[in-house]
Design a protein. Structure first.
Length: 443
């Protein structure tokens, strides 16, 4: 870790200025926790309203739903997306801006109304079945809260960048109950540097947001995984899954970048989401696993409950569904879709290896694959490992092979493609500019 100029904003602060900053940190954590809890309750309410037939999960309900419900609900989500995007453009004088781009090139400044409106719209359409992540909304809410409080506290641009990144990371922490992973995500992935002086603000924001959200949301691991046995076969999986996960991540990031460039403009903002989500609804009649952010199928892969033939189809269909939604202009996150892709890919490779080595555990391969793809697509290996441990509530039984796979996958992906899923929309010039901004911190 390095201190660098990123921490210069905290040197020489008077007591009053320092107090304003730490008060903003506390208030960002509280506000983000409340916002994340509210957004997750909206998502759950929409999901139960749109898919009421039965079951504890979206996959259960979608499996039992009639074909017409698949088509009508997804079509409605498409029209709602189109109308919502047009309204947001007209109501907000500010242009839409990605959180990563805002942190690096606009000192964390975001158009509050448009960003919060996009957050609410995204949880609604994800609850209706769009194949994108739910974490995008609480991240946006946390970033906006950090930006607004930066104005109120008259913080410097460097402090604003940090506070916005902390707010976004706290949004993820609150939505998934991962305070340490959310803090590391804020620094490693969003802020682009790990510094001792930056860790405390990130940790405090995330733990306050998580504790606040736990008053409403369940304080339990997102995924239940078995206790894996340590074996040579399990360790060897890392050297099979890691390289393939790295290459798959490169393909996924580049597909995300392509889809982002193809987002509709003008009148197509209304028609494109309806066409895309209508097609998704039609395909989901046969493959209900494509609906939602991928949490359900990742959970099934972690417990080895998906047949090999279905895994083979989902490893292509699930990322295609995500790209289809993103390219049509549907708002949403990419964290869980990336994790789900890794879980499906890892489980498939585990089953294939099982034909040659009977000691291989496909469920372990799924966990390794999820962490490896998550690390490679976010370019955040440390946060990915911690997030996998927090999301599953354990780690000792899989941490060694996971670490090997994460290192291999990240090195391969970083060598081929420097972008992550969160800066896929940046141009080559912006990537180079961001690299220059990082360099002083390494001197």
């Amino acid at each position: 870790m390095d201190d660098g100029p990123a921490s210069a904003a905290f040197k020489g602060l008077g007591a009053d200025a320092g107090g304003r900053f730490w008060l903003a940190i506390v208030l960002t954590g509280l506000g983000t926790g409340v916002s994340a809890a509210a957004l997750m309750l909206i998502l759950q309410s929409v999901q139960h309203l749109m898919w009421p037939d039965a079951g504890a999960t979206l996959l259960d309900a979608a499996t039992l739903a009639t074909p017409w419900r698949h088509i009508l609900v997804l079509l409605a989500a498409g029209f709602l997306t189109g109308a919502g995007q047009i309204i947001l453009v007209r109501l907000s004088s500010g242009n839409g801006i990605d959180i990563t781009a805002a942190i690096w090139f606009s000192a964390g400044r975001l158009p509050a109304l448009r960003t919060l409106g996009s957050a609410v719209l995204s949880v609604v359409v994800v609850g209706m079945g769009a194949s994108l992540g739910r974490e995008g909304a609480p991240k946006q809410a946390g970033a906006v809260i950090g930006n607004i409080l930066s104005d109120r506290a008259n913080l410097s641009d460097e402090q604003r960048r940090l506070l916005v990144a902390c707010g976004a990371g706290a949004g993820m922490a609150a939505a998934y109950g991962v305070p340490l992973g959310g803090a590391l995500f804020a620094l490693e992935v969003l802020r682009g540097m790990l510094s001792l002086r930056l860790v405390l603000p990130a940790l405090l924001t995330s733990v306050i947001a998580s504790a606040t959200a736990w008053l409403v949301l369940p304080d339990a691991p997102t995924y239940v995984v078995p206790q894996f046995d340590s074996s040579a076969a399990g360790l060897s999986l890392a050297f099979v899954v890691g390289p393939i996960a790295g290459l798959a991540s490169v393909a996924f990031v580049r597909a995300i970048a392509w889809a982002d460039r193809k987002r509709p403009v003008h009148r197509w903002r209304l028609a494109a989401p309806a066409l895309a989500l209508g097609l998704l609804g039609l395909v989901s009649i046969r493959f209900p696993q494509l609906l939602g952010n991928g949490k359900d199928i990742a959970g099934l892969a972690f417990t080895d409950q998906i047949p090999l033939a279905l895994l083979l189809m989902l490893v292509f269909l699930k990322p295609l569904a995500t790209i289809l939604c993103l390219g049509s202009g549907v708002p949403g996150g990419l964290f869980t879709p990336s994790l789900a892709l890794g879980a499906i890919l890892g489980a498939f490779l585990g089953h294939c290896c099982g034909f040659l080595w009977t000691d291989v555990q496909p469920a372990l391969a799924a966990v390794i694959g999820a962490g490896a793809v998550l690390a490679a697509t976010t370019q955040g290996p440390i946060s990915a490992v911690v997030l996998m441990m927090e999301l599953t509530g354990q780690g000792r039984s899989f941490v060694a092979p996971l670490l090997f796979a994460v290192v291999i996958a990240t090195l391969i992906s970083r060598f081929i493609e420097p972008r992550s899923i969160y800066d896929a929309r940046l141009t080559d010039e912006e990537i180079a500019q961001r690299q220059e901004l990082r360099e002083p911190a390494r001197r």
